[in-house]
Design a protein around this ligand. Structure first.
Ligand code: 5AD
Ligand code: SF4
Length: 518
């Protein structure tokens, strides 16, 4: 499978967990949604598209697929079957970036092999204590066999690694013919046309654009939840992060075009929309209407047919009371906020250039805790940033206790090219990073166990998005984005909103029984 279905992890930049089948805590995958997978059109050509990384990348791939389908291409499930092979890449951490070179090694043409073996080692580097127990099949082992790139295949590298490595990719893997960063995607149709016309190599590497990538057709993978980019790029300059280099400066879409797309999505039957941006709440309407992010949220929530509005990822600096008020005023805005903190130590936050202190972050948390309905809070954390002392790390642990997150994505610090933190002194040894990560995850798992157990006996509305192979077993998400696995004898529930009573809880998911519809 070239692309996972609903990754279900409510965050922007991370790496999928390799398929691990059905987990103990549920993890059922809905059937592949076939809409948009058309038969070969005018060109009769086929493409294979594999995506790494965050939801922004997932959604970019939906748009890229839309562009190709619009040109008459047909999407296929294996690189072997494809004329055009595309990798949409992630470079947020080193191991993520390595993955694409491992994939490209598998495509090395026979005359370039020279006895070199491809690096088949798959790297697992995301560590989550999150309530989504769903298994992912992004990098299914069946895909990892050498596919000889001969036979006139076109191989393209898209996304953050493309932006970061640029034409250097042609040197490392001369069998690649397209390199295009996400900030240049609006050029993709033109680049593809050049390849179709016989050009050997094409690139799209500009980042100095003030345009966003909008397409006529987006091939959406999830039949119920539609992703929608409202702001691209990032103007923050966190000292560890490659995103400002790979995705370019912030560009927001006009509120009118966003609302128009939401209306079309609702008409097409989507009941849930998720607004996306690296810093989604830094949204700045470029039109004369000048809608604030919280106003946009409210306007999206009022579109007829939309039952759930999500947004990710928020930056603490731009998170204000108005967003909490919008959530309070509109039940359709989900009661979940992903607010990455990165560290509990003000000294480390300063070194990271996060632009807030521990106390200022806690003020934002207090706004949510004071809301009229409970808001579920999740976060990202980095351990082992250069110079992070034992005391700094201890402050990260006490922040977990204080905030009581419902989910945490934790990462070992990974030095990235071009970033200011690359040259910072007092690097933390890998082993020590690993030790801190394990301690953090243990602490958070216990917090989630206790928090979830408190929900036993409560009833939640669940959007059903998974059906188990086991008889009468279903799964879905609550408004707070908790995964609920539940039993129901009904024959068809996918896409329905049902009431589920929680009967037991685990750190990453709830178990329940269906007690009603709607
Ligand atoms: N090393 C480790 N983690 C990182 N992240 C971003 N850059 C790095 C890096 N260089 C993490 C942050 C961010 C998440 C998506 O990835 O926690 O919020
Ligand atoms: Fe990276 Fe910071 Fe921008 Fe997030 S806010 S994308 S961590 S630079």
């Amino acid at each position: 499978m070239g692309k996972s279905f609903d990754i279900g992890l409510e965050r922007l930049m991370g790496i999928g967990v390799p398929g691990i089948g059905e987990t103990q805590e549920g993890g059922v995958k809905p059937p592949l949604h076939d809409a948009g997978r058309q038969d070969a059109g005018a060109t009769g050509s086929t493409f294979y598209l594999e995506t790494f990384g965050c939801q922004m990348n997932d959604h970019d791939s939906e748009k890229v697929a839309g562009v190709l389908l619009g040109r008459g291409y047909r999407q296929v499930e294996t690189p072997e079957a494809a004329k055009v092979i595309l990798y949409n890449t992630c470079s947020i951490r080193e191991k993520a970036a390595q993955k694409v070179f491992s994939r490209l090694g598998e495509l090395r043409p026979a005359d370039e092999q020279h006895g070199k073996s491809s690096n088949r080692e798959d790297t697992e580097e995301e560590h989550k204590v999150h309530r989504d127990g769903r298994a992912l099949e992004k990098n299914h082992p069946s895909q990892r066999k050498i596919v000889n790139a001969g036979g006139g295949k076109i191989i393209g590298v898209l996304g953050c690694v493309a932006q970061q490595e640029g034409e250097g990719i042609f040197e490392r893997a001369p069998w690649v013919s397209l390199v295009c960063g996400s900030a240049s995607y609006r050029k993709l149709p033109q680049l593809i046309a050049e390849l179709e016309a016989g050009n050997r190599r094409v690139t799209g590497l500009d980042t100095d654009t003030d345009e966003t990538f909008e397409t006529e057709i987006t091939r959406r993978d999830n039949p119920w939840r539609a992703y929608l980019t409202i702001i691209e790029g990032c103007d923050k300059a966190c000292s560890y992060c490659v995103v400002p280099f790979t995705r370019g400066p912030e560009r927001s879409r006009t509120s009118a075009s966003i609302l128009e797309e939401v209306r079309r999505l609702a008409e097409a039957g989507y009941s849930e929309v998720q607004l996306l941006g690296q810093t989604v709440n830094s949204y700045a309407d470029p039109s004369a209407r000048k809608m604030r992010f919280s106003e946009l949220l409210a306007a999206v929530a009022e579109v007829r047919g939309i039952r759930r509005v999500r947004f990710t990822t928020s930056h603490p600096r731009d998170f204000g009371k108005d967003i909490v008020e919008a959530i309070e005023a509109h039940p359709t805005i989900c009661d979940h906020v992903h607010l990455p903190v990165q560290s509990g130590s003000t000294a480390v936050l300063r070194a990271m250039a996060r632009t807030y202190s521990r106390e200022e972050y806690l003020e934002k948390i207090a706004l949510m805790k004071a809301a009229r309905r409970p808001i579920s809070i999740t976060t990202d954390m980095i351990v082992g940033f250069p110079g992070e002392t034992e005391k700094d790390f201890e402050e990260t642990l006490t922040l977990l206790d204080e905030v009581q997150y419902d989910g945490v994505f934790a990462f070992k610090y990974s030095p990235r090219p071009n970033t200011p933190s690359l040259k910072m002194a007092d690097a933390i040894p890998e082993e020590e990073k690993g030790r801190r990560l394990a301690i953090l995850m243990d602490r958070q798992r216990e917090i989630q166990r206790v928090r979830n157990e408190r929900l036993v006996g409560e009833t939640f509305e669940v959007l059903v998005d998974g059906k188990s192979r086991r008889e009468s077993q279903w799964s879905g998400h609550t408004s707070s984005n908790r995964v609920v696995n539940f039993t129901s004898p009904e024959r068809e529930l996918l896409g329905d909103y049902v009431q589920v009573k929680v009967v037991s809880a685990m750190p990453n998911s709830l178990v329940g029984d269906m007690v009603g519809r709607e």
